[in-house]
Design a protein around this ligand. Structure first.
Ligand code: ATP
Length: 312
């Protein structure tokens, strides 16, 4: 059992991305030659944890991988990024989560995701991590593991007065109402906000309205990210929504931008607990804006040393 106090604990997913680039997507039954293959580290939970760690947060990951090559490799990736791995479980009952991705020359893709070991993360692992969860500054959850596990982790955090960030991604239309009450910050993108509210979220005004609707459901604050437009922030204590613009950059690869934003937000909440949420969101916009200017997911996430001093 660990007595260490973490800045950020993420309870969530790990996925190994197996990416093949080919001139076109194969038809059923067809074998074609591609021109490039690479393996990438992904999974929303792990992405968010790695971004927080690269900014200087003391982080731990609570997750499950397979007792296989990809699982061993993922644990090494956490260690290489300074993420604490005592709560990374390994199981023989399922393979490490994997996404097989084919990208054609037009940039279109076909993806098969097998959540695998991620779905076996449950109460047992949460109880093992409870002493650490009790003392962490911030806990972050998403929906790439069993929603019941995410909800239980958020409840554990709330019972121990730990700040929570909940990212309802990938979105499910029938999200349980109890998720709102356990979220200090409910942070989603436009399409997730649309699915949850049933209203279109294509501009800042619509994001303000969707944010107000989500806030009414019981969370303490809402952030809706808007790609190159930045994000909107809403808080129970200040009813008027705030638009937090960012400097739009030419994106090379936006994969994982939302996770970079959330990892950065978790870092700021842990390190600057009295900073206004709008200021944290403004800085998280800047961090995520850097991540879209390089290819890959975690490979594009900036380290503290690469960012301007004014962000710290
Ligand atoms: P993804 O699914 O690609 O990981 P997302 O849809 O969850 O991303 P977005 O809202 O697209 O998340 O982007 C998250 C944040 O990244 C934005 O709030 C913004 O701060 C930053 N961002 C994304 N695209 C750009 C861009 N072109 N220029 C500047 N910042 C950007």
């Amino acid at each position: 059992m660990t007595e260490e106090a973490f800045d950020v604990i993420v309870v969530g997913s790990c996925m190994t991305d197996l990416v093949s680039q080919a001139p076109r997507l194969p038809k059923a039954g067809e074998t074609i030659h591609g021109h490039k293959f690479f393996i990438g580290f992904g999974g929303k939970g792990a992405n968010q944890c790695i971004q927080a760690a690269r900014l200087g947060a003391k982080t731990a990951m609570v997750c499950k991988v397979g007792k296989d090559f990809f699982g061993d490799n993922y644990i090494q990736n956490f260690k290489d990024n300074g993420v604490h791995t005592d709560f990374v479980g390994q199981t023989s009952n399922s393979a490490t989560g994997a996404a097989s991705i084919i990208v054609n020359d037009a940039g279109e893709n076909a993806i098969v995701i097998v959540a695998g070991a991620n779905m076996l993360l449950g109460s047992e692992e949460l109880h093992k991590a409870l002493p650490a969860i009790r003392h962490t500054k911030v806990l972050v959850c998403q929906l790439e593991i069993s929603p019941q596990t995410s909800l239980q982790a958020l409840r554990m955090a709330q019972e121990n007065k730990v700040k929570t960030i909940f990212n309802p991604a990938p979105a499910i239309p029938d999200l349980g109402p109890e998720f709102y009450g356990v979220s200090d910050v409910f942070c989603c993108n436009e399409s997730e906000a649309e699915l949850l509210t049933g209203s279109s979220v294509g501009n800042v005004d619509e994001a303000h309205k969707a944010g107000q609707e989500l806030l009414k459901r019981g969370c303490r604050s809402v952030i809706i990210t808007l790609g190159p437009q930045g994000c909107v922030v809403l808080k129970v204590e200040e009813p008027s929504p705030k638009y937090v613009p960012t400097t739009a950059v030419t994106a090379v690869d936006t994969t994982g931008a939302g996770d970079s934003f959330i990892g950065a937000l978790a870092f700021y909440m842990a390190h600057y607990p009295t900073m206004p949420l709008e200021e944290m969101a403004l800085r998280a916009n800047r961090v995520a804006g850097v991540s879209v200017q390089a290819v890959g997911t975690q490979t594009s996430y900036p380290f503290r040393k690469d960012l301007p001093a004014e962000l710290f």
